[in-house]
Design a protein around this ligand. Structure first.
Ligand code: MN
Length: 259
């Protein structure tokens, strides 16, 4: 089994190497990760300037490792398309410092990396721990190996992206696993204004997350000290308004082409 391991916290992040070390037990691991922090970069792909990748000394012995001057998405595209010879059986992104829940999957670089794997038809997972300090990666690393084996053996799991979030707890304090839906949160991004001596600048500061803890959502599972696994796919189509929109489309086109 060949496993591409990446992240968005950068090539030096502790979580990346915890994941690489764990997955090395079950397959050949190749790390292709951004050379610096790329959190909240989302699905960004670098098309307008050259990408540089260099092979570096791994923090875990025997793991071929590339540091990329690019986004998590770039890393997976470059890894699958060029750096790794032969078939890749799994893309694993993480272990991220901080949960990736609900609406936030749209800006998460960790989830985006897994999406690139998924879009290439490869079983993929994103793994995050819900803490920014003193992150305990032990349970997440162990879970990654269990999931990697299950994904390989289960046809349905091969076709989905798994967004996995763990509470920041030792394994013996975790209360179970819930398969969840994406939750919702309300937040207000704060815009801070400043001046750098030359020009005015703005800084987007994320407000405190106000999660809605509806039963069955990812945020709810974590609030119960459980692991959340949300299957994701890339089809963002909202099927509910399709029929009324189709009914409207002739009128919309008429209005468009009528001078
Ligand atoms: Mn991150």
């Amino acid at each position: 089994m060949t496993i591409l391991v990446t992240n968005d916290d950068g090539i030096h992040a502790k979580g990346l190497w915890a994941l690489a070390a764990a997955l090395k037990e079950i397959g050949e691991v190749i790390v292709v990760a951004p050379d610096r922090e790329q959190s909240a970069i989302g699905t960004s792909v670098t098309l307008h300037h050259p990408l540089r990748a260099k092979e570096i000394k791994p923090l875990v012995e025997g793991v071929k490792t590339y540091s990329v001057e690019g986004t998590p998405g770039d890393c997976v595209i470059l890894g699958l398309g060029h750096l790794i010879q032969g078939e890749v059986n799994l893309v694993a992104a993480g272990i991220n410092e901080g949960a990736n829940l609900g609406d936030d999957v749209l800006i998460s670089g960790t989830v985006a990396a897994a999406f690139q794997g998924h879009l290439n038809g490869i079983p993929s997972m994103a793994i995050s721990v819900a803490a920014l300090n003193d992150v305990n990666t032990d349970a997440a690393a162990r879970l990654a190996t269990v999931l990697a084996r299950k994904i390989g053996a289960h046809p349905l799991l091969k076709k989905t992206l798994l967004n996995v979030n763990l509470p920041n707890l030792p394994l013996d304090q975790i209360q179970g696993i819930e398969v969840t839906q994406l939750g919702r949160r309300s937040y207000k991004d704060l815009i801070k204004e400043g001046h750098d001596g030359k020009r005015k600048y703005y800084w987007i500061v994320r407000g405190n997350a106000q999660w809605h803890y509806e039963e069955g959502t990812d945020a709810w599972a974590l609030s119960k000290d459980k692991i959340s696994i949300t299957p994701l796919h890339a089809d963002l189509t909202n099927t509910l308004p399709l029929t009324p929109l189709k009914d409207l489309s002739t009128a919309i086109f008429q209005e468009l082409v009528t001078p």
